[in-house]
Ligand binder design. Structure first.
Ligand SMILES: Cc1ncc(COP(=O)(O)O)c(C=O)c1O
Length: 386
């Protein structure tokens, strides 16, 4: 049912790509849509712009469909850190408020919260727990709901956590976490850089207040694209900390300087965007993520991972296989030799994968084939065993 053809995914001719958690090959329709915009701009600049005026509204609609929410809750951004800074810096924190996060978050979901310490806000970091009871492993393994529960106080305002941890693929159970936060009147802010495009994510159904995403991983978009989901309730609380022409309702009336920002997602789109990037995002949403269901994409990714596991030499490798509610597109494995060495050897055999903190991350997207997974496992067995 999936179009896995070389025409749809030309990068498959260059080897076996298992690094969709890093920087993905640009999806074909994304590339074509961006090129069409660039060609028009090269031909005539502003004269050629009118047919593209609907790029941003279309993007918000399409991203809204993907997240099962209204277009009004979507903003176009450039990366995860920018989106989280817009939320964190504008959040009505007062001295003594508390934010809970996890000690091994990606920097984009750490520093925006650290900035709040200047206001006297306390950042509490959950320790690493070991949900799979992995022995003899120094790498990050996950965080626990029990510690989160113990860490909440009357002053907890925000829980800031990744949907999927970049190091090991440990996924938060957003249904459980969202219900937990709702009962305690805490805003749940989610970094979904490692999930959107590989796992279903419906923030309103899980009581998530904001979701920040990078576009070049599982969405296979251009480097420097992102999106932000915010609930209306969150936007009602958050002050603007970045402002310019495009977040104001007077739009092209550039000499009308009334303070009149939008109250929907456009409030965070402070100034000129990269329209070729927005065109690319529309292309990949049409070409892949609105064409197939996210449930089917997740199922296919897990199926491909299972084939890989089946062919992997379990005497050589340890596999971090979390229960389904905590499983993701990233399958972390612990090799018997140094990770960087194995990744370099695999690269020489045409297999692209990434190493992080003692783990090799196997991150296949749905368009890979069964034989690719078998081949990848066999190459790793051979390269780790010699
Ligand atoms: C969990 C997570 N968040 C965010 C990012 C990227 O952040 P940014 O979009 O700010 O570059 C990554 C990249 O590896 C990531 O793994």
């Amino acid at each position: 049912m999936f179009d896995k053809s070389r025409k749809a995914f030309p990068a498959t001719k260059n080897g076996l790509f298992l690094a969709h958690c890093a920087i993905s090959p640009l999806q074909q329709q994304a590339k074509e849509s961006a090129m069409a915009f660039l060609e028009a701009m090269a031909a005539g600049g502003i004269r050629e712009l009118p047919p593209f005026f609907n790029l941003l509204p279309k993007f918000r609609q399409k991203a809204g469909r993907l997240l099962h929410t209204d277009a009004a809750n979507i903003s176009s951004t450039h990366n995860t850190a920018e989106a989280l800074c817009l939320i964190a810096n504008g959040y009505p924190f007062v001295a003594g408020d508390e934010i809970i996060s996890y000690v091994h978050e990606f920097p984009s979901n750490h520093y925006p919260w650290r900035l709040q310490e200047k206001k006297g806000v306390k950042l509490i970091l959950l320790a690493d727990s070991n949900p799979l009871q992995v022995k003899n492993c120094d790498g990050p393994l996950g965080w626990s709901m029990e510690e989160l529960e113990r860490s909440v106080t009357k002053r907890t305002r925000v829980v800031a956590i990744s949907h999927v941890q970049f190091t090991n693929g440990y996924a938060a159970d957003l249904q459980e976490l969202g219900a937990f936060c709702k009962n305690r009147n805490i805003d749940l802010i989610v970094d979904a850089a490692q999930s959107l495009g590989s796992l279903p994510l419906y923030p309103a159904e899980c009581n998530v207040a904001a979701v920040a995403v990078s576009g070049w991983k599982w969405l296979m978009g251009p480097f420097g694209t992102g999106l932000l989901y915010t609930s209306q309730e969150l936007r009602d609380k958050v002050e603007l900390t970045m402002a310019g022409p495009t977040c104001m309702q007077q739009g092209l009336e550039y000499l009308d300087h009334h303070w009149n920002p939008y109250s929907d997602g456009r409030m965070f789109e402070y100034s000129t965007q990269s329209w070729e990037h927005v065109a690319a995002m529309n292309g990949l949403l049409d070409g892949v993520f609105l064409k197939y269901s996210m449930e089917d994409i997740r199922r296919e990714i897990f199926r491909l991972q299972d084939i890989f596991i089946h062919h992997l030499d379990q005497d050589l490798f340890r596999v971090l296989l979390y229960p389904d509610a905590h499983r993701s597109g990233i399958l972390a494995i612990i090799p018997p030799i140094e990770c960087d060495l194995l990744a370099a050897r695999a690269a020489r055999r045409g297999v692209v994968l990434t190493a992080r903190y003692g783990f090799i991350r196997i991150a296949p997207h749905f368009y890979l084939r069964d034989e690719d997974m078998k081949k990848a496992a066999e190459i790793l067995n051979r390269e780790a065993g010699r």
